[in-house]
Design a protein around this ligand. Structure first.
Ligand code: ADP
Length: 269
């Protein structure tokens, strides 16, 4: 597939308010602390690549943002509002359901395993959330779903079922399904890891296209280093639950002196 150069969201203004803030976020599962004080700001339209060894906490960082996990301590702020509040007695209190629903509505997530509804057509997979969560009319939801499925190159599959599609096509449906919700933030969790190598390119191409439209903030957990270099404004290296290195793709992927990062990157050469 033809490589398309990605226009980066360069010159993201320093003074622009972040859409997401993590402040000293810790997360333990039982006795094991998997995030050990994450501090992170994501600006609107910023493209962030999260790299690091398996088990370093990358997925947990994005699951916290989707409110699929709760932090053990720390603040996660979306659009200026905390998802959880720590009370004086150390107890976490969730933000009210209305706010959490609004936050979830602004975030689109694409997983390694596509999680499509097997008993629904491709088109139905893409209209179910706009109709039932956003309470949109069927006509409007259908119109936008067709537009997004066209964008990911699947307009001829509207009435097929997921089982009739290749892995790459299923992943492109998952992206269209996230896009119809017009999210402000898109989270991609190793979306090419479960694909046969020959199907990876078509999926990365769609992510490039989403990145090129500029408006959506993106967090990409990926092992595709060349892709991260092309698409990301900023790369974070997560190691044992801390952000061990962060900077431009050049700073992190080419010029870093961090030994663990260098040894991690050698695996991809
Ligand atoms: P990564 O995405 O970098 O591979 P994860 O965030 O998936 O890392 O996992 C970090 C660590 O947390 C791993 O050791 C993993 O086994 C552990 N972990 C993740 N989710 C759970 C859970 N629900 N229960 C117990 N341990 C978990």
């Amino acid at each position: 597939m033809e490589e398309v150069a990605v226009k980066k969201t360069s010159e993201i203004e320093e003074k622009e308010d972040p859409i997401v803030v993590y402040k000293d976020v810790h997360k333990s599962f039982g006795d094991i602390e998997v995030l050990k004080g994450i501090n992170l700001e994501i600006k609107p339209a910023e493209k962030l690549a999260l790299i690091g060894p398996s088990g370093s906490g990358k997925t947990t960082i994005i699951r916290l943002l989707m409110t699929l996990e709760e932090p053990t301590s720390g603040d996660i702020i979306v659009n200026g509002k905390n998802l959880w509040k720590m009370e004086k007695n150390g107890k976490l209190v969730r933000a009210n359901e209305h706010h959490l629903r609004n936050v979830r509505g602004e975030i689109g997530m694409v997983f390694q395993h596509f999680n499509l509804f097997p008993h629904m057509t491709i088109l139905e997979n893409c209209t179910v959330a706009p109709i039932h969560v956003k309470k949109e009319s069927k006509e409007k939801a259908r119109e936008r779903a067709i537009e997004m499925l066209e964008r990911v190159g699947l307009k001829d599959k509207l009435h097929n079922y997921p089982s009739q599609l290749s892995g790459g096509q299923k992943q492109r449906v998952a992206m269209a399904r996230a896009l119809v919700m017009q999210p402000k933030i898109m989270l991609f969790d190793e979306v090419t890891s479960a694909l046969d190598p020959e199907l990876v390119g078509e999926v990365l191409e769609v992510i490039r296209d989403i990145a090129n439209t500029g408006k959506t903030a993106m967090v990409l957990v990926t092992h595709e280093m060349d892709f991260a270099k092309d698409v990301a404004d900023r790369v974070l290296f997560l190691d044992k639950g801390v952000i061990a290195e962060e900077g431009t793709p050049e700073e992190v992927l080419q010029n870093s002196k961090n030994e663990r990062l260098q040894s991690f990157l050698r695996r991809f050469r």
